[in-house]
Design a protein around this ligand. Structure first.
Ligand code: SF4
Length: 249
């Protein structure tokens, strides 16, 4: 496996093991997308940028498994980059982890890979949860989203909309209606609205307003809009960034 890092922190975002829960993270290298506001560029190979160092360690599934287990946290989150770029090895790792009693695994993925098949359904819902990004206009990756992938999710999974602009908010609201329409046929995932949390020095918010004419949405405005519109969503701020703790600052 191409591993960027294994580290312990709290779950900064909403997931089945709850925001703030102590967790071991497996951050895998590489991504097939190139979001404008990507905050983990250090863990992916941006096809258009050869200046980024390709820093990862090649490790066996067995080695990664024992490293995760030895840290004794019951919650394990697989993230990236895009972890499902390494589909086969992550599948093997999950089989081993889910066989351990008490372990719950969250897979954070970018909306371009199908959930794994072949797991017993009740075990899957108790022990394995997905947090799947739905990329909105400001990411520049909206056209890569495949609605069929989102139909495969369960009510123990989450769909996360990272919202940077008013246009993102309006698009996310439209997508909410699509999820609501699945209600009669499918168990529907929980929906997260997460304000894009950009470091001031990135200037992305300011540039974005200038280039595209959209307003950069502040977290408090997003909360206000969600309340006023009575949306059935979880507004989730990234805890680890609020206190600048952990690897992904
Ligand atoms: S999917 Fe995630 S890791 Fe990949 S470019 Fe987008 S934000 Fe970055």
């Amino acid at each position: 496996m191409n591993v960027y890092s294994i580290f312990e922190s709290i779950n900064g975002e909403t997931s089945i093991s709850h925001q703030g829960s102590v967790c071991t993270f497996l951050r895998l290298w590489g991504c097939n997308l190139d979001c404008t506001w990507c905050d983990t560029k250090y863990a992916r190979s941006d096809p258009s940028d050869n200046s980024l160092p390709k820093r990862y360690e090649e490790r066996s599934v067995e080695d990664v498994f024992f490293d995760l287990i030895r840290r004794r946290n019951k919650n394990i989150t697989t993230t990236g980059g895009e972890p499902l770029m390494q589909y086969n090895t992550v599948w093997l790792l999950l089989v081993a982890l889910l066989a351990k009693s008490g372990i719950q695994v969250t897979v954070e993925t970018n909306g371009t890979f199908y959930p794994f098949v072949g797991f017993d359904e009740s075990r899957r819902q108790k022990k394995l949860s997905y947090v799947v990004d739905y990329k909105l206009p400001s990411s520049g990756m909206e056209d890569r989203m495949d609605w069929n992938i989102f139909r495969e999710l369960r009510d123990t999974d989450f769909v996360k909309f990272v919202i940077l602009t008013e246009k993102d908010y309006e698009s996310a609201k439209e997508m909410l209606k699509e999820f609501e329409s699945l209600k009669s046929r499918y168990s529907i995932p929980k929906i997260i609205f997460s304000p894009a949390f950009l470091p001031e020095e990135s200037g992305i918010g300011i540039n974005y307003k200038g280039e595209k004419g959209f307003t950069f949405l502040r977290p408090e405005t997003l909360i206000q809009l969600a309340v006023e519109d009575h949306l059935n969503v979880i507004v989730s701020l990234q805890l680890h960034k609020l206190c600048s703790w952990g690897e992904a600052k």
